[in-house]
Design a protein around this ligand. Structure first.
Ligand SMILES: [Zn+2]
Length: 165
């Protein structure tokens, strides 16, 4: 029952991400920093402790300051920026007593859909035989991130080896 609830919540969150991309005419690969204004966000890259990927602060004027650890590799920084956008888009900042793990999972679902739109991935794998490596290169995401996504979509990109990167 709990799992079912989480599954339908995830589907709703993915749908929100799909609509966000469509309404703003955004295409892959995502220009993560270029869409900051759509979330009222300002991004600051800094030398944060290694244990911190990123964070979001609400500013007095209603905008947000997103801090990103510049030590992290590019693919991770891209995911973290989208993760922080997700907290803004899903109004997590307005939750008075947040259940951190749960809202972080939700933020990951939204972020993954922004960076790796399910419909497009399915199309690239089924129609153009993209491999996981090719998808990772195309979407500028890490290989583990694309592998999780493929698993969620029940796609086996490794059987298709027509595209090699
Ligand atoms: Zn988070």
């Amino acid at each position: 029952m709990e799992r079912l609830k989480a599954a339908s919540r995830n589907a709703t969150i993915r749908q929100l991400a799909v609509e966000f991309l469509k309404n703003n005419d955004i295409y892959a690969p995502l220009d993560v920093v270029g869409i900051a204004h759509l979330f009222g966000a300002h991004i600051y890259f800094g030398n944060l402790p290694l244990s911190v990927d990123g964070f979001t602060l609400s500013l007095k004027d209603g905008d947000f300051l997103i801090g990103i650890n510049s030590f992290q590799p590019e693919t991770r920084r891209r995911f973290t920026i989208c993760h922080e956008y997700s907290h803004i888009a899903l109004s997590h900042n307005k939750i008075a007593d947040p259940v951190i793990e749960e809202i972080d999972r939700e933020a990951d679902v939204f972020a993954a859909e922004l960076l790796m739109p399910s419909g497009l991935i399915r199309h690239l794998v089924e129609k153009f035989q993209f491999t996981a490596a090719a998808l990772s290169y195309y979407f500028r995401v890490s290989k583990p991130a694309i592998e999780i996504k493929l698993k969620e979509l029940n796609l086996d990109a490794e059987r298709n080896i027509k595209v090699a990167v």
